[in-house]
Ligand binder design. Structure first.
Ligand code: T3D
Length: 289
């Protein structure tokens, strides 16, 4: 008796996100190198859960995000069935045939459901975040990177607002981040043309903190994250809050916000520890989160 041939099960895709810990630094590595680490809904969900987990783990004092392979992230995976346009069936209509009409999908819904919670989760992390951009960062991949507190990029990395080339506007916080980081003229240049901005120019423009040699990127980024992890975490996070808020405040209101934050921080363990350690010429041990 013969049995019908069976199709071997497809090899499961490797974990799209790798999570590890070095000391007090949680490392998240986007891991879809065959698609330049493009975001699928699965990867977006895992990333958000991993950030939630880092936020709630009191042993974590900094998060480092990077990509596997030659790219950091090519933005939304345009072949993801959740967003790929479907085509109305039409007898004889082939690819390129004007009779073959794409059926619209709700991209805004995808943003509401996946990207907005992720971007907010990243921006409101209770610990500092570092991004090591190891190659091209495009579309939402670029803006996710730029949403981190400190962005380092390897010399061969580049940033591109790929949206205009496919008929969209910058998302994942791009409109807000770009204007604040590089000003309107350069934000418009990046957003309208969608050209690659090499890492060295990105540093010169003030888009990122540092461009380093490719071979040194991961060690530099880890050293930066470890350094942040030893600093007073809560004060760092309040610094992020004050700097972001300052863009929309009058000078006097910024002064008042600073005073209010110092009032809170001045009663906290880390300030008392920092001042005491300075006066007794020893290294401080910060604890607040
Ligand atoms: O629905 C929505 O769109 C809403 C969400 C929007 C947020 C967004 O992020 S929109 C922007 C989406 N991203 C892009 O438009 C970027 C598309 N990719 C590129 O422009 C180029 O790939 C890069 C400039 C990033 C890199 O170019 P290059 O020459 O180094 O690599 P490549 O040959 O173009 O790509 C290598 C492979 O990755 C290739 O697959 P293959 O041919 O080897 O099997 C390519 O198809 C794949 N890939 C690259 N980007 C994406 C992708 N696959 C799916 N989605 C991608 N975004």
């Amino acid at each position: 008796m013969s049995t019908a041939p069976t199709t071997p099960p497809a090899a499961p895709e490797e974990a799209p996100l790798l999570v590890s810990t070095e000391g007090a630094v949680r490392v998240l590595t986007l891991n879809r190198p065959q698609a330049l680490n493009a975001f699928t809904t699965g990867l977006l969900s895992q990333l958000r859960l991993a950030l939630d987990d880092a936020a709630h783990d009191m042993n974590v004092r900094a998060v480092l995000i990077t990509g596997a392979g030659r790219a950091f992230c090519a933005g939304q995976d345009l072949s993801d069935p959740h967003i790929k346009p479907e085509f109305d069936e039409h007898a004889g209509a082939a690819d390129g045939d004007p009779a073959r009409k794409p059926r619209a999908k709700d991209i805004g819904g995808l943003l509401d459901h996946y990207y907005i919670p992720l971007a907010l989760r990243l921006r409101n992390m209770p610990v500092p975040t570092v991004c090591a951009v190891n190659g091209v960062a495009a579309g939402a991949g670029a803006n996710f990177a730029l949403g981190c507190d400190l962005v380092l990029a390897g010399q061969s990395a580049s940033f591109l607002q790929a949206f205009s080339k496919i008929g969209l506007v910058p998302d994942c916080g791009g409109t807000w981040l770009l204007t604040r980081l590089v000003g309107r003229a350069r934000a418009m240049h990046l957003a309208l043309l969608g050209d690659k901005l090499p890492a060295a120019e990105a540093q010169a423009w003030g888009l990122i903190a540092r461009c380093v040699a490719d071979a040194e990127l991961q060690s530099e980024a880890m050293a930066t994250a470890q350094k942040l992890a030893k600093l007073p975490t809560h004060a760092l996070v309040q610094t992020r809050h004050a700097l972001d808020a300052s863009m929309d405040l009058e000078f006097e209101d910024a002064l008042k916000l600073e005073a209010r934050l110092q009032s809170q921080l001045g009663y906290a363990h880390d300030y008392l520890e920092g001042a005491a350690a300075f006066l007794s010429k020893r290294a401080p041990v910060f604890k607040d989160r």
